[in-house]
Write a protein that binds this ligand. Sequence first.
Ligand code: PDD
Length: 279
Amino acid sequence: MKKIVFFNNKYINSKNAFISYEDRGFQFADSIYEVIAFINNNFIDLDFHLRRLRRSLKLIDIKYSFNKKNLQKIFKKLIKINKNKKGLIYLQISRGVQPRNHSYNKNLKPTIIIYTIKKNLNENLDKLSGKKAITYPDLRWKRRDIKSVSLLPNVLAAKAASKKSAYEAILIDNDFVTEGTASNIWIVKKNKLITHPANTDILKGITRQSIVKIIKKEKLVLSEKKIKKSELFIADEVFLTSSSSFVTPIVKIDNKLINKGRIGKITYNLAKIYNSKFQ
Ligand code: PDD
């Protein structure tokens, strides 16, 4: 079936959406992106995603202005013409096209692509299942808070995970957990929820932010601190959060079972509360 995408301010057949070989996104990963889940016309945590998008653009000095109303119109139109019910909006903005030079010229015209990805989200509690993860070295740069498309280390880690039939790779930097290749990582120990602090070492996940709010509302105990790799294996529960996977229990890491291979109570309850927004 024909797929329509929004490419440089036009709705076109995806087959005709080509970028120049001199696009800086292609040559230098000089580009940022967002991934937003949708169910019907409900764009989950849209305001937070747009705030992070503005921040990423500002931090790498791409001048691209947008407003929420217009973007929402584009998203709704794409969903409608592509007959999507639920899935992900992928939005990417690169600095634009210029003869190859590491340094960029002023006033380039950013390249923008927005399209929908049909996907079953993890919103159905009855289908919540525990997943396997592997640990893998975190080989990334030092500004992981910027949602840049420079994802080669994540790509290699994700491939290593899929080779072992694992759902995610948990990245380890100097013996500490940072995050997943495309998710934030949490553990539960003695009823306390622990996740990496939102600094430049990780992407401050929008789902992470929603879970922090739920934790506070439910009066659970939260500790934003670094998790040692060894703490993963003795955690009572481990789970990940992301826009594309919501709250996902991890029940096996590197062939070691977590919580005897079962979904933990706190994980389940957080998934239940988080998912209730979309019922
Ligand atoms: N990934 N950490 C990394 C490295 C990520 O790429 C993501 C999201 C997250 C979770 O962030 P959020 O809750 O805002 O989705 C954490 C998206 C889904 C992706 O690249 O497909």
